[in-house]
Design a protein around this ligand. Structure first.
Ligand code: GLU
Length: 495
């Protein structure tokens, strides 16, 4: 059997989009499930749309998501771009001679022709077609030029392109892994430009040549490419090459059913990475945008996705990118990771926020911080926001906040003073969440104090906030000395 080979061929025109991550993920899952290869090729033939740094971002995004390519463009051990594999180069601008050779073959076979039409003529043609409510497209003007005429123009260096000589009759059909039987009438398909004036191929020619030479067995890509596929199939037939299997994946849309785009919020993989979404959550969420396992299970590791994935369960309809659901996945994954691991992931976010380095490196303190912060966090960045008060040298808050409901400040002061004295008698070993809680609750009961009368001012003195985790949790993270210091500062505020 032929080896399964899939590819992701993004154009380096900006940050790697979550829609491309969906294609890449399905490429990866399918390849891994079938013991195949997953390739990354860079399609940089549209020179006007190139954005510097995009290729690095594509590779970084795939590595971040733990789905690095087996072949093609990737990073070496120093995180520098490199190309691996025997079917390279894997960057289209480095393959121009190859495309030229195949364009000549098509010209010779009369499956392609030179076109010398000027931009003005093409603009006028389009306007006319639009005015007459006709489908827009090339009218075949240069298709009938005589060989001599063509040669004369070429000799005179007239600017030209090469166009596909699309058959006017018949239909082009294929069996799509997602959309079953798809068919297009050939007469509705344009004589697509294959080679541009600048000598660069267009996407259509380059993608076919490369997928063939790189022995790609399966082409998975977004639904927006559906109407390009008949052009590609016709080209495969003209070259006499075996066609890959196609699968057109659902489009990603926002809640208003608009195509997911930069104008409407975060759409690049790095937008989410930088906000503190975990790659495990992102991949799990993105997989479920286009697919479902047909069971109740929602949390999947990458390995589990590889096992469970099949094209029968890929959706046809557009997938709504629901940011709340992504938050849910991230929360679940933050719970699933060990505190040690989560602390490692969260560390750069604390560092970027300027948290005290020594405190971040104090492992027992920092893991406590992360454990506390994770409870109400959707992202790693939320963990930082939720726990800033644990790093502060001193807290600033309104004194009034120390007052519990119907109680008053003198009472809060009294309770804080007594509790502080009690806490100061604790041995180091007793300073655990359970230990403090049991002792303090017993102490409150013995004195028949109201729980809120004691715990509210204590919690506020410890956190400086109206809402925060409970006082015992905070005391555990802060440790005895710092907790007593904060309670003391609360007391001092009331005086
Ligand atoms: N270069 C195209 C893109 O930017 C590739 C489409 C395909 O997968 O064929 O998405």
């Amino acid at each position: 059997m032929k080896k399964i080979r899939t590819r992701i061929p993004p154009s380096p025109t900006g940050m790697f989009h979550v829609g491309s991550l969906l294609s890449a993920l399905f490429d990866y899952l399918y390849a891994k499930k079938n013991g195949g290869d997953f390739l990354l090729r860079i399609e940089d033939t549209d020179r006007e749309r190139l954005v510097e740094g995009s290729t690095e971002n594509i590779v970084e995004s795939l590595h971040w998501a733990h789905i690095p390519p087996d072949e093609g463009v990737t990073f070496d051990t120093h995180q520098h771009l490199t190309q691996v594999g025997e079917k390279g180069p894997y960057i289209q601008s480095e393959r121009l001679d190859i495309y030229k050779k195949y364009v000549h073959q098509l010209l010779e076979q009369k499956d392609a022709y030179y076109c010398f039409c000027t931009k003005e003529r093409l603009d006028d043609l389009r306007k006319m077609q639009e005015m007459n409510k006709q489908p827009t497209g090339y009218d075949g003007h240069c298709k009938t030029l005589s060989t001599e005429n063509v040669q004369k123009k070429l000799d005179a260096n007239s600017p030209h392109v090469v166009r596909l000589n699309m058959p006017d009759e018949g239909t082009t059909t294929w069996t799509d892994l997602v959309r079953d039987n798809v068919s297009f009438e050939n007469k509705l398909i344009d004589d697509q430009v294959l080679m541009k004036t600048d000598g660069f191929p267009t996407y259509h020619l380059a993608v076919v040549v490369d997928d063939h030479l790189m022995e790609i067995s399966h082409v998975f890509r977004g639904e927006e490419w559906l109407s390009s596929t008949p052009k590609h199939i016709v080209l495969y037939d003209m070259f006499g090459w075996e066609k890959p299997v196609y699968g057109h994946l659902p489009l990603l849309v926002n809640e208003k059913r608009q195509k997911l785009s930069k104008r409407h919020g975060d759409v690049s993989v790095f937008d989410f990475k930088n906000k503190g979404y975990l790659p495990e959550a992102m991949v799990n969420f993105v997989a479920f945008l286009g697919w479902n396992p047909g069971t109740e299970q929602e949390i999947f590791t990458l390995e589990e996705l590889v096992q469970a994935f099949s094209f029968e369960k890929v959706n046809k309809s557009a997938a709504v990118f629901n940011y709340e659901k992504l938050d849910w996945y991230n929360k679940e994954w933050m719970k699933k990771l060990s505190i040690e691991e989560l602390a490692t992931r969260a560390k750069p976010f604390f560092a970027a926020a300027g948290s005290d380095e020594e405190m971040i490196n104090d492992l027992s303190f920092f893991e406590g911080v992360v454990r506390l912060g994770r409870e109400r966090a959707n992202t790693l960045a939320d963990i930082v926001t939720n726990t800033t008060f644990l790093f502060a040298d001193s807290l600033s808050y309104e004194t009034e906040l120390l007052k519990w409901k119907k109680s008053d400040l003198p009472d809060a002061k009294e309770k804080l003073a007594q509790l502080s004295e009690f806490l100061s008698t604790f041995a180091k070993e007793a300073w655990t969440e359970e230990g403090i809680e049991q002792a303090v609750m017993g102490w409150i009961k013995e004195r028949t104090y109201g729980v809120g009368d004691v715990l509210w001012p204590t919690r506020v003195a410890l956190s400086g906030q109206q809402y925060s985790p409970g006082p015992f949790e905070i005391m555990t993270v802060l440790g005895k000395e710092k907790s007593l210091q904060r309670i003391g500062e609360g007391l001092a505020k009331i005086s």
